[in-house]
Design a protein around this ligand. Structure first.
Ligand SMILES: [Zn+2]
Length: 87
């Protein structure tokens, strides 16, 4: 059984965060433009309003993928408000 996009997701998450930093100069929420967001360490919970989360534009539950075109950086609050999957 394939993992839930594990390797590709980790790679794309890095890429999308890199692109976000290039675009804004620091990790910035694509929705409310809050910055700088903090990257949580692996295993740490993304539950702070300044936590950077990776949003799936089309949720995985609706057939979305981990493709770069389906990912964007949101703060925890926006991601949570949207009700999508928290990265
Ligand atoms: Zn936000």
């Amino acid at each position: 059984m394939a993992s839930r996009g594990g390797t590709q997701y980790r790679k794309n998450k890095k890429t999308i965060l890199g692109a976000n930093i290039q675009k804004y100069g620091k990790i910035t929420c694509e929705c409310c433009k809050k910055a700088p967001l903090v990257q949580n360490l692996p295993g740490e919970k993304n539950n702070h309003k300044y936590s950077a989360t990776i949003d799936h534009i089309i949720p995985l539950s609706k057939g979305g993928t981990h493709a770069l075109t389906n990912l964007k950086v949101l703060c925890f609050e926006c991601n949570f408000a949207k009700g999508g999957e928290v990265a």
